[in-house]
Design a protein around this ligand. Structure first.
Ligand code: PEP
Ligand code: MG
Length: 570
């Protein structure tokens, strides 16, 4: 037995036999063509076939998963039809390059361009380009693409990089799990694996050279663990875990359409976090009661230039309309730290998490911030949009944002443009400062939403991504718990609603603490809605308070975690 670790990209447990999907041989001999016209036609025919094949795959995915996922595949058609890219390839063919070489070189050029941005989302486009390159080359060379649609039931696919088009060919009944050597949690392949509900562990270093085809293997997509050649005991242990996972998933369906309330009937709100307008579909499907955090920076990161007021208005109003009057909390641009937007030209800093970011950047750049505020006020006409300000550390910051909002309102008024006059403005409570002066900030805010991802980092002085100090990055630390309690208590004392949109809001161990502190709104990822609703339903307020009293008297993270674990309901 050998155990490997990777990124837990899609939950669930798969047990089966390995199929190593080898890279296709796409080598070719570059040649100079004389009849460039015929070569251009050969290339067009390959594009037409690629487009037809891709559309077929997209239809497949649309039926088995959904429209949104199919759009990822259809994106390839749009990319290959991009006049600039096509024009560059055709130009090379006209100059005498064979279609394979022209395609190869232009795809490499685009790929390098996307990779050089260093931005995760833009870099994913390089994977799409690579997918297009391989698909077209295999057509031009007449070599069949690896067919994984007909593998036997219980197959665990091991592949270098699972491309979106390969994922689209998967027959979900037959694939027990997926393992890759590269790719991150937010890669398109990971998104598709989650949508197909196939357990997946990604980025397992050098795994292909360590596995043999046909061997038995266990993939725990919830923990990011792969066990090659498992013992009988391990197979029995993981089969039982798998049964439990599936039964649990089924049981959660009973919570669809239910109110979110504690065992003794205290009703709270259970909303979702989203990054793109198209994610709204996941919110309605998972029965979220609103949007507690729309991270607008993805609109900016996903675009090659600053999105205009109009584009932003479209995005925000689309979400507001789709949510049909339910609350939609939209966070204003939160860039800097680990989120770079290349065209904004932010200088690199020694301590980016302590630097020029989020509200600090926005207040110094009204030319960037005002169009966003205008778009938000205009879109608010179409639903219950509320504006949330990230990384607030001082009272002045909130006052300045509100002054800017008033300025924007006056401008819209004088321009005769429709907007909503009484949009609520709140702060993300996610800094140590906010945790210490919530009473002062509450006087300036219509609501708070606690961002425990950053609050944990800024309280413990730990960078979320640094594995050397990861042991300190835990919301179970008494320091973080006191911050959370303080923010909720002071917010409520001031009479404003307090929510939480950091990952802790979905943590079943912390939920009783949040109930005890009186949290009004929980905002979690769409996939966690039903589990959170169930955990909330299992606790009575008094019972949660009794546990919280004991927990708040503890002195170490370990003691807290152990007590919460010992009292967990399932
Ligand atoms: C947080 O900090 O808890 C949060 C929700 O925001 P983000 O993860 O986008 O920083
Ligand atoms: Mg944050």
């Amino acid at each position: 037995m050998i155990m490997f670790k990777g990124i837990a990209a899609s939950k669930g447990i798969g047990i089966g036999r390995v199929l190593i999907v080898k890279e296709q041989d796409l080598t070719y001999e570059a040649r100079t063509v004389i009849d460039t016209h015929a070569e251009a036609e050969r290339f067009s025919a390959a594009v037409a076939k690629f487009t037809a094949d891709t559309e077929k795959k997209a239809e497949n995915i649309e039926k088995s998963v959904g429209q949104k996922e199919a759009e990822i595949i259809r994106g390839h058609i749009l990319m290959i039809q991009d006049p600039f890219m096509m024009g560059e390839i055709e130009k090379k063919i006209k100059d005498g390059d064979c279609a394979e070489k022209a395609l190869d070189e232009i795809c490499s050029m685009f790929s390098a361009m996307f990779m050089s941005t260093g931005d995760e989302l833009t870099m994913q486009r390089a994977t799409d380009i690579e997918d297009i390159r391989k698909g077209l080359l295999s057509i031009l060379l007449g070599r069949e693409e690896a067919d994984i649609s007909s593998c036997p039931c219980g197959t665990v696919i091991a592949v270098g990089d699972l491309t979106p088009s390969m994922t689209a060919g998967i027959n979900k009944e037959n694939i027990a799990a997926i393992i890759t050597e590269t790719g991150g949690y937010t890669s398109h392949s990971a998104i598709l694996a989650r949508a197909l509900e196939i357990p997946a562990v990604l980025s397992v270093d050098g795994i292909l050279s360590k596995l043999s085809g046909g061997q038995e293997i266990i993939v725990d997509g919830s923990k990011g663990v792969v066990i090659d050649n498992p013992s009988e005991e391990q197979k029995a242990e993981y089969s039982a875990k798998r049964e439990k996972y599936l039964a649990d998933k089924e049981a959660l369906r009973a919570f669809i359409g239910r109110k979110t309330e504690t065992a003794d009937g205290a009703v709270v709100e259970l909303c979702c976090n989203i990054g793109k307008p198209s994610d709204v579909h996941n919110v309605t499907e998972s029965d979220g009661e609103g949007i507690g955090l729309f991270r607008t920076e993805f609109l900016f990161m996903d675009s090659a230039s600053l999105p205009s007021e109009e584009e932003q208005f479209e995005a925000y109003s689309k979400v507001a309309k789709a949510m049909n009057g339910k609350p939609v909390i939209i966070r204003t641009l939160d860039i800097g730290g680990d989120k770079d937007v290349p065209y904004l030209g932010l200088e690199s800093e020694d301590n980016p998490f302590l630097g020029y970011r989020a509200v600090r950047y926005c207040l110094s750049r009204p030319d960037v911030y005002k169009p966003q505020l205008r778009a938000l006020l205009r879109a608010a006409v179409y639903g219950d949009i509320r504006i949330m300000v990230p990384l607030v550390t001082t009272v002045e910051e909130m006052r300045q944002v509100k002054t800017l909002v008033e300025e924007v309102k006056a401008e819209l008024e004088s321009e005769g443009i429709e907007y909503k006059k009484d949009v609520k403005i709140g702060a993300m409570a996610e800094t140590a400062a906010a945790g210490v002066i919530p009473d002062l900030l509450a006087q300036e805010c219509d609501f708070f939403s606690i961002g425990t991802n950053d609050l944990t980092g800024y309280t413990m002085c730990v960078d979320r991504g640094n594995s050397k100090v990861a042991y300190l990055y835990s919301a179970y630390n008494p320091a973080v718990l006191r911050m959370i309690k303080n923010i909720i208590t002071e917010g409520k004392k001031a009479g404003i609603p307090v929510g939480m949109c950091g990952e802790a809001a979905a943590d079943p161990l912390l939920i009783p603490m949040l109930i005890a502190f009186g949290l009004d709104e929980y905002s979690v990822s769409p996939t966690s809605v039903l589990a959170a609703r169930r955990t909330i339903s299992q606790w009575g307020v008094e019972e949660a308070k009794a546990l919280a009293d004991k927990v708040m008297a503890l002195r170490t993270e370990k003691e807290v975690r152990e007590m919460l674990e010992a009292n967990a309901k399932n």
